[in-house]
Ligand binder design. Structure first.
Ligand code: BTN
Length: 260
């Protein structure tokens, strides 16, 4: 799909499904999350902004990692000013992960699972990741903006050195949904965040967790330890029981299902 065609198809799919959103489409950009920050002054209470790229030259993941962003994936940032206290920021990521899994299910019949806090997996291989960033407003209790960046492998199958841990929709079912239709359907779900009931979506988020009951490795800036994942709390935090029997509640962190 060439650039003009890509942009046209995305714009058409969005205009069929959504009003009061703006969509900006790139053939290639460094990172849609980085680019989104240039659009913050265009946000108002009615209009959210989506930025979508066919590929990224400097895709970013959590914890300063690189996110491989070749043609065939969907690289999308959702920029909004959510009415949410800063301490609930994790819920935006939880909501987006749930919306992403549901969109994949609608288009493929496969429901991915979520690895707390931000990754979608199929059979222990990573399908998608989410990077949420934001800034406080002047009061320090709400957001000036939040950007939810979603990268999902759709038609791409060449994962180079991460082929043993990454997958795509194409690799799973041998066919790929139309990226324009998929992105518009996902955007439609994401904008529902403003009116969504947090108890309801946090319940779904917990049901989609791939961690509960499993032994996991938790890496912190000062070292790593092993634990069994027990519960996703209604505030989005993860409760684990460490191998030494302590109950720990995590509000952020790096969790791995690979134990070595
Ligand atoms: C992760 O796996 O840790 C999160 C990956 C998030 C990737 C998406 S792609 C769209 C947006 N732009 C970026 O640079 N990152 C996010």
């Amino acid at each position: 799909m060439d650039k003009g065609n890509f942009e046209k198809r995305i714009t058409e799919a969005f205009s069929r499904k959504l009003t009061a959103v703006r969509v900006v489409v790139f053939d290639e950009v460094d990172s849609t999350n980085t680019e989104a920050k240039k659009y913050v002054d265009f946000l108002d209470s009615e209009t959210d902004i989506f930025l979508i790229a066919k590929s990224q030259s400097a895709g970013r993941g959590r914890l300063g990692r690189t996110f491989l962003s070749k043609d065939g994936g969907l690289y999308m940032s959702y920029l909004s000013r959510p009415c949410l206290p800063i301490q609930d920021a994790i819920k935006l990521t939880s909501f987006a992960a749930t919306a992403l899994c549901e969109t994949v299910f609608e288009f493929t019949g496969i429901m991915p699972k979520i690895k707390w806090v931000n990754d979608c997996f199929i059979d222990d291989k990573k399908l998608a990741g989410i990077l949420t960033e934001g800034e406080f407003d002047e009061s320090g209790v709400g957001f000036r903006y939040a950007v939810v960046g979603i990268g999902i492998n759709i038609a791409n199958v060449d994962f180079e050195e991460i082929s043993n841990i990454a997958t795509s929709i194409e690799a799973e079912i041998g066919a790929s949904p139309d990226i324009a239709e998929f992105s518009a359907a996902l955007a439609e779900k994401l904008i529902a965040f403003k009116t969504a009931d947090s108890n309801e979506y946090m319940k779904k988020y917990e049901q989609l967790s791939m961690l509960l009951g499993r032994r996991i490795k938790i890496t912190t800036p000062v070292g790593a330890y092993f634990a069994t994942a027990k519960k996703i709390e209604s505030n989005g935090s993860l409760t684990v029981i460490t191998d030494s029997g302590d109950t720990v509640n995590l509000i952020s962190g790096d969790v791995s299902i690979k134990l070595n």
